[in-house]
Design a binder for this molecule. Structure first.
Ligand code: SAM
Length: 221
């Protein structure tokens, strides 16, 4: 079980009185991520589950951008769950109460996830490099089980490609992550693609995002 909750909460300082945490990256990455996903998600209906929602700003923006999907956020960190619920209330966003979900576990078998399944979308932003590889593996395996045929699994964040960093910024970030925690670090698109193939998910898109980030999108066969 991987619950590095205090390490993560410490990254988002300055909670407002109602528990809303500031998201340092939301303003610059939410728009490009929504634009990148729009060709795939526009008009879709069904349930969407976000894993590792963090402060919770993205899920509110996603719910506005893709209103046909019913959005459920999640995070193992109680401080983050409080922030997610507070942002949803503040913005009157149509977002369900956040689940306490550890992606390294057998989360697709949980009753609260099964009640939403089969899912149209599972999305994880900036999660799998700030967690042990077991979280990436659990996330992909669970998505393979919980997604509907034709449903999507989307990752956003920095990746290595073919064993190499895509820029100096990511190389430095990777070294910093590994110094913080030897089990963390940028994942290679090839290792995620391989795990996805095993889980019955085919690679649909690798989208370049600002600041050398990527959207890695898979579709259940
Ligand atoms: C860097 S934050 C990203 C938050 C948000 N998605 C964003 O992009 O701003 C990583 C998030 O992953 C969550 N997390 C860490 N370990 C996890 C696990 N085992 N399962 C699910 N989420 C996890 C943390 O609590 C944290 O909220």
């Amino acid at each position: 079980m991987t619950r590095p909750t205090t390490e993560h909460s410490a990254r988002y300082r300055d909670a407002l009185a109602d528990g809303r945490l500031h998201s340092p990256t939301f303003e610059r990455n939410a728009g490009p991520v929504i634009d990148g996903l729009a060709p795939y998600l526009t008009g879709l209906s069904g349930h969407a589950l976000e894993i590792g929602s963090g402060p919770g700003r993205h899920v509110c923006a996603f719910a506005r951008a893709f209103p046909g999907l019913a959005w459920t956020p999640s995070d193992p960190d109680p401080v983050h769950r409080k922030s997610i619920a507070a942002w949803a209330a503040h913005e009157a966003a149509p977002v369900a109460a956040p689940l306490d979900l550890d992606a390294a576990g057998d989360w697709a078998a949980r009753g609260d996830v099964a009640a939403l399944a089969p899912l149209r979308l599972v999305i994880a932003m900036n999660v799998i490099h700030i967690a042990p590889f077991a979280v990436a593996e659990g996330l992909v395996a669970g998505a393979g089980r919980a997604l509907a045929p034709g449903g999507y699994l989307a990752f956003y964040g920095p990746f290595r490609e073919n064993g190499a960093h895509t820029g100096d910024g990511n190389r430095i970030f990777d070294a910093r992550l590994r110094a913080d925690n030897a089990d963390w670090g940028l994942r290679d698109t090839a290792e995620i693609t391989g795990a996805a193939r095993t889980a019955g998910l085919e690679t649909t898109a690798l989208l370049a995002m600002p600041a050398n980030n990527r959207i890695l999108l898979f579709r259940k066969s």
